[in-house]
Structure formats: C-alpha cells, structure tokens
Design a binder for this molecule. Structure first.
Ligand code: C5P
Length: 301
C-alpha cells in the first residue's frame, strides 16, 4: 500500500457536566458528544524516518500545531507501532495533516488528528487491530480521541474517554463561531477549579431530556437541554465571548453555548436559512461556519 488517508470530525459537547478533580489530575465528566461536519485528514505514507507535517485548509491558522514528538498524530502512530510488536515490526511513516478544524478551539481538532492517525496506520500496516484495542489506545492519547473514532452522538464518561453511542434521529444545524486565538484546555479546567474551590461537586450526569431530544430529533427540546459547566470559567478567561453569545440569541438562535473549553461558540438553528440569518449577525465577531451533526467518526477515504 502506498498511502492511506483518513478523515476525522470535530466534536462539540451538547452537554458537558464536570465533576470533581480526580487524583490523576483529570475531572470526572458526563458529557454528550456530537460529531459535526468540520473535518481534518491525516495521510500516512511508508518512510525511512518518523515525521509529521501540517497544512491548514480554508484559512485555518496552524501556527499552534507542534511538529515534534508531542504532535498527537505522531504520538498515535508511535503508540500503535509499539502495540503492534517489538521495534521494527512496522515501518516508520511520514504523516501529513490537512487541518480543517480550528486549533485550540474546543472542537477536539488535535484529538481528530490522533484518531485519524491511528486508523490510517492500522490500515497502512494491515494490522486489523480489534476495535476495542484501538479505542483503548485512543483513550491513552487523550480524553476526546476515542469519540473521534466513534463519531455520531455519544455519551462520554470517565474523563471523557469511555464512549457509548446515543440514538440520534435529528438533523442538527449549528452555526460555529471560531476565533483566531485559541484557549488552553488545562487553563480553563484550572479556572473551573478556582470557581468551585469551596464546593463539594456531585457526580455529573447527562440530562435524560437531552437523550430524549436526540432520539426524537426535536430542536426546541435539544435547545432546552444543552449546557456546558466549563462555560463560566471560559467566559471569565475570555469575557469577549459574552457579547457574541448574546447576539446569537438576539438573532433567534435556539441556543448559544461555548464548545468544550472554548473559545468556539455554537448556535443551534432550525435549518440552513435560519443558520444563514444567525451567521450574518455573528460575522463581525470571528469566522462563521455552518456545520451539521451528527457526522460520522474517523473513516478511510
Ligand atoms: O485528555 P486531554 O489531553 O485532552 O486533556 C487535556 C487537559 O485537560 C488535561 O491535562 C487536564 O488538564 C484537562 N482535562 C481535565 N479533565 C478531563 C479532561 C481534560 O481536567 N476530563
């Protein structure tokens, strides 16, 4: 095989319930993920040395993407190689990332690269790694990486890596507002800890009405059940997000929320016409895209 390209989606958190800080430094989560139609690709090619390169699609700023051993796609390839057997079992690869998901935006763009690299290398090396083993490796790479393999809509527990598909009969339209400057996920969780320093946090749960809204595809019901426990922390660190969230609601979006740790903001709309109207009210704040969910998980092109 000369090369393999895999496409993987961005994620949004329809609900992000954050519980107590665990001894391992992660927070207990109960989240409802949805994959949306913003994608990155990873191409794996046999090579004599391990390497990774990255290009941005449609004006995406890739200056924050590390191209050393800390790159998540490269870490994924190396982890799978280690899992496959002793050194030399598989041939090194050169990886090429085509970034279609904004960097450090709360859309799990790095996790999508990791998931895509796992699947691309598994296919290139003809390993046929069982799905549950791939998901375990994905969970070692990052909390959101397993979901990028699974896609659709799903619950996430543990630190987010324990993923179970949710029935989703909706066709959801989101206006996605992204910004040039990203936010650090650990910094937002740190701010969350400061805000909850004296509070005994209960174990988080996904609202049952959200699960029901996905099953019935009812946009008003979904709007009434989305939420993000990290949002107050993100807004403390980036107060400039308050205004676009309000403007989206003023422009009749059904719901407005921060995606994951931010700064990307999400606006739930009825259909394309409605999204166009909402997008027009937001274009002064950042880059506006219309995305649809649920989108499929990582797949070989
Ligand atoms: O798992 P991932 O590498 O995406 O996590 C990035 C950072 O986000 C962690 O180092 C941690 O600071 C924070 N995090 C957390 N609790 C989670 C997931 C992430 O505190 N459940």
């Amino acid at each position: 095989m000369s090369d393999v390209t895999v496409r993987a989606p961005a994620k949004i958190n329809l609900h992000l319930g954050v519980g107590p800080l665990r001894p391992d430094g992660f927070h207990a989560l109960a989240t409802a993920y949805q994959a949306v139609s913003l994608f990155s690709t990873v191409t794996a090619r046999p090579a004599t040395q391990w390497s990774v390169a990255c290009d941005g699609q449609a004006g995406i700023d890739i200056s924050g993407v590390p191209l050393d051993e800390s790159n998540l796609a490269l870490r994924a390839a190396r982890l799978l190689a280690e899992h496959a057997g002793p050194a030399g079992t598989v041939q090194p690869v050169s990886l090429h990332i085509g970034k279609g998901i904004p960097v450090a935006g709360g859309l799990a763009g790095g996790s999508a690269d990791g998931a895509a690299a796992l699947l691309a290398c598994d296919t290139l090396w003809e390993l046929g790694t069982p799905r549950d083993e791939l998901l375990t490796l994905a969970g070692e790479l990052g909390s959101d990486v397993p979901f990028a393999l699974v896609g659709g809509s799903a619950s996430g527990h543990g630190r987010g890596e324990l993923v179970t598909p949710l029935e989703d009969n909706g066709a959801w339209t989101w206006v996605v507002l992204t910004f040039g400057e990203g936010m650090s996920t650990p910094a937002v969780y740190g701010e969350y800890d400061v805000l909850h320093a004296d509070i005994q946090l209960p174990d988080p749960e996904i609202p049952s009405r959200l699960v029901e809204a996905l099953r019935t595809g009812d946009v008003a019901a979904l709007a009434g059940s989305v939420g993000n426990d990290l949002q107050p922390a993100s807004l403390r660190l980036r107060p400039a997000l308050v205004e676009p969230l309000r403007s989206g609601l003023d422009a009749t979006a059904y719901a407005a929320l921060v995606s994951g740790s931010g700064p990307t903001c999400l606006f739930l709309c009825e259909d394309d016409d409605h999204a166009e109207h909402v997008a027009a009210a937001l274009s002064a704040y950042g880059q506006v895209t219309v995305a649809r969910g649920p989108a499929p998980g990582a797949e070989v092109l």
